[in-house]
Write a protein that binds this ligand. Structure first.
Ligand code: FES
Length: 167
């Protein structure tokens, strides 16, 4: 028996997705989104659960999960800050944006704050080049950034999720 399972609502959603995609394999991305919603982070047991559910090898799930940067993987902080570092953003100051966040949170790309609130990543183009520089925090885009706006965002996020807060 699986250690974890989707809720009835998520299973119904998964069944509906199966009717919308041409193959079980094609439903992998939306199934991973469902897993992220259901379990918050996706680790080994969540990957295995999705693989078993779809009927594909866990290695296939792992490959997709690690290819796309936007999934929240196990060990990821509650707030996942992804700073775009591709050309348009780089030309408009994404390095300074990254540096400011890194200094203020005391972490580098790929690291999570000791309190578990924030994870910082550098990512490739997020498709919002006309509003560079930009970052994605969980599902939200923050665009047209300058250092003042970055400071405001960090204060806002800290206020929303005080140290020791669990959600
Ligand atoms: S280069 Fe940053 S969003 Fe495209």
């Amino acid at each position: 028996m699986a250690e974890i399972t989707f809720s009835k609502k998520s299973l119904e959603r998964y069944e509906w997705l199966l009717t919308r995609y041409p193959s079980k394999e094609a439903v992998l991305l939306p199934a991973l989104h469902l897993a992220e919603e259901e379990f918050e982070n996706i680790g080994v047991k969540e990957m295995k659960y999705v693989a078993d559910l779809i009927g594909i090898p866990p290695a296939r799930v792992y490959g997709v999960l690690t290819f796309y940067t936007h999934f929240r993987r196990a060990g990821c902080g509650k707030y996942h800050i992804q700073v775009c570092s591709t050309l348009s953003c780089a030309l408009r100051g994404s390095h300074e944006v990254y540096q400011r966040i890194s200094e203020r949170l005391g972490i580098e790309a790929g690291e999570t704050t000791p309190c578990g609130r924030f994870t910082l990543s550098k990512v490739e183009c997020l498709g919002s080049c006309d509003t560079a520089p930009m970052l994605q925090m969980n599902d939200d885009y923050h665009e047209g950034l300058d250092l003042e706006l970055v400071d405001q965002l960090i204060e806002q996020w800290r206020a929303e999720l005080p140290e020791g807060g669990s959600s």
